[in-house]
Design a protein around this ligand. Structure first.
Ligand code: AMP
Length: 213
């Protein structure tokens, strides 16, 4: 089964993806992580994407659709798409690709979290540079300051998790990504909302329930 996990920045897509992957061995595809790796390695994609990511804007659809096509050619199996699609054009391209492969998308899960909570989640978020585990300075602090409990890696405050950039990411989300709720409702009723507030394990239980897994 292929699955789309979408929602505003800070909704918990990464955290829930980690839980889904651990339990169901799905193939996790985070376009945000792929872009951050490309930027770090200064690949042609990374060099083009950097200015958009740093400012909290969306990387153009043509680049993103090209990236997802490449991923799908390499990875076969149940894909868990985290952070893709983020625009209607991306959603349409994904539908076309998956339908062509004979594995049309059946569900798009939307993690619902109120805006004020998103802001505090993002400002306090710290991410392990080695394994990607997410912490929060108040809600889920690491045992040792700036060190990952999971692998001992160093924790970082993402450049796009700074207050000015967060505001822009939330606006960009409202304008470009929120309309996907309507898109998935209108196309085969695939929109599946899940309450994303609360302990990650509680959110995960709700998620499993709606996915019937
Ligand atoms: P994320 O890690 O999902 O929060 O993504 C971080 C950043 O990567 C976003 O703010 C965008 O700049 C970029 N990005 C990730 N996925 C996409 C996408 N599907 N379309 C456009 N830009 C994206």
């Amino acid at each position: 089964m292929n699955l789309v996990l979408f929602g505003p920045p800070g909704a918990g897509k990464g955290t829930q993806s980690q839980l889904l992957v651990e339990k169901y061995k799905m193939i996790h595809v985070s376009t945000g992580e792929l872009l951050r790796a490309a930027i770090k390695n200064k690949t042609p994609l990374g060099l083009e994407a950097k200015k958009f990511v740093d400012a909290g804007n969306l990387v153009p659809d043509s680049l993103m659709i090209g990236l997802i096509k490449e991923v799908m050619e390499k990875k076969k199996g149940g894909l868990l798409l985290d952070g893709f699609p983020r625009t209607t054009a991306q959603a349409e391209a994904l539908d076309e690709l998956l339908t062509k492969e004979g594995t049309p998308l059946k569900k798009a899960v939307f993690l619902e979290v109120p805006k004020e909570l998103l802001k505090s989640r993002l400002t306090g978020r710290r991410i392990c540079t080695k394994c990607g585990t997410t912490f929060h300075v108040e809600l889920h602090p690491p045992t040792l300051n700036r060190i990952c409990d999971n692998c001992g890696g160093e924790l970082e405050h993402r450049a796009d998790d700074q207050p000015e950039v967060i505001e822009n990411r939330l606006e960009v989300y409202e304008k470009n990504t929120a309309p996907l709720k309507e898109y998935y409702r209108e196309t085969n009723n695939r929109f599946v909302p899940v309450d994303g507030v609360g302990d990650p394990q509680d959110v995960f239980s709700r998620l499993k329930k709606v996915l019937e897994i």
